[in-house]
Design a protein around this ligand. Structure first.
Ligand code: NAP
Length: 257
């Protein structure tokens, strides 16, 4: 197991599956005790914790629905009560409820908005409060390229993920004097349950717009999170970093069209 200089605990929301699972496993390999949050998938979250423990690490699972701001905020306290001070909080949990805006229900707007932005804000706010008092820590939010570019049928998701990027930059400025960094990871297309509903044609259309011509490995996102939360990134804050096979960089060139 790899070790960094100062080891505090980590909390990953939505750590039961997909990108969050990869982040939880990677942070555990840095020697951090990891709190794995989930909403419904207790068994999957337990599997992640078991893998970490089998490798000699420390992990626990915490059920909470982060679309409820009070639950999201309390999650930070619960993780600290169980594992001690958190050095790393990753706001990763997210959902989509896709439909063209003129057909989108208030429920679909609200569910996405509350999970992907409002809950994330509550989580980050509580984490910043705790970390500021101690003078160090890393907060990392998982946004999406859709928050930068837009995508038909995803107005709710695009608005929330764009908001998350703005929130991260703003929090970074407010947190900087206290020694806490805040950064945003901006994934492109990754083969998780979140995109499993797409037809092969829809998937191919996405991949066709990616200069590298393939979907991304979730471990690449986990690697970036490990770096941003490590001692080598103490002067990096307020950044929104895409992990997208060149997707954002190619915009405006009509790549794949
Ligand atoms: P995923 O496979 O669908 O996993 C979603 C995770 O979020 C699960 O652990 C789920 O918990 C948790 N979650 C959802 N709603 C929650 C809530 N209200 N409270 C607590 N946990 C909740 O998704 P993913 O692809 O790994 O996505 C992770 C993040 O990356 C999301 O923010 C997503 O928007 C972003 N992203 C993904 C892609 C992609 O291509 N996959 C691209 C750009 C951005 P349960 O298992 O308990 O349901």
């Amino acid at each position: 197991m790899e070790k960094t200089g100062r080891i505090g605990s980590a909390l990953v929301t939505g750590g039961s599956r997909g990108i969050g699972r990869a982040i939880a496993l990677r942070l555990a390999r840095t020697g951090r005790a990891v709190a794995i949050n989930y909403r419904d998938s207790a068994d999957l979250a337990d599997d992640v914790a078991s893998i970490i423990r089998a490798a000699g690490g420390t992990a626990l699972t915490l059920q909470a629905d982060v679309s409820d701001p009070e639950s999201a905020s309390a999650l930070v306290c619960r993780a600290e009560e169980a594992l001690g001070p958190l050095d790393v909080v990753v706001s990763n949990a997210g959902i989509t409820r896709d439909r063209l805006l003129i057909q989108m229900s208030e429920a679909d707007w609200s569910a996405t908005w509350m999970t992907d932005l409002v809950g994330a804000r509550a989580l980050c706010r509580r984490a910043l409060s705790a970390m500021s008092a101690r003078g160090h820590g890393s907060i990392i939010a998982v946004s999406s390229v859709v928050g930068t570019t837009g995508n038909p049928g995803q107005a709710n998701y695009a608005a929330a993920k764009a908001g998350l990027q703005g929130l991260s930059r703003q929090l970074a400025v407010e947190a900087a004097p206290s020694g806490v960094t805040v950064n945003c990871v901006v994934p492109g297309f990754f083969p998780t349950d979140a995109v499993a509903h797409l037809t092969p044609e829809q998937r191919d259309a996405w991949i066709g717009r990616v200069p590298m011509g393939r979907e991304g490995p979730v471990d690449d996102i986990a690697e970036l999170v490990a770096f941003l939360s490590g001692d080598g990134a103490r002067y990096i804050t307020g950044q929104c970093i895409a992990v997208d096979g060149g997707y954002q960089a190619s915009l405006g060139f009509g790549f794949g069209s």
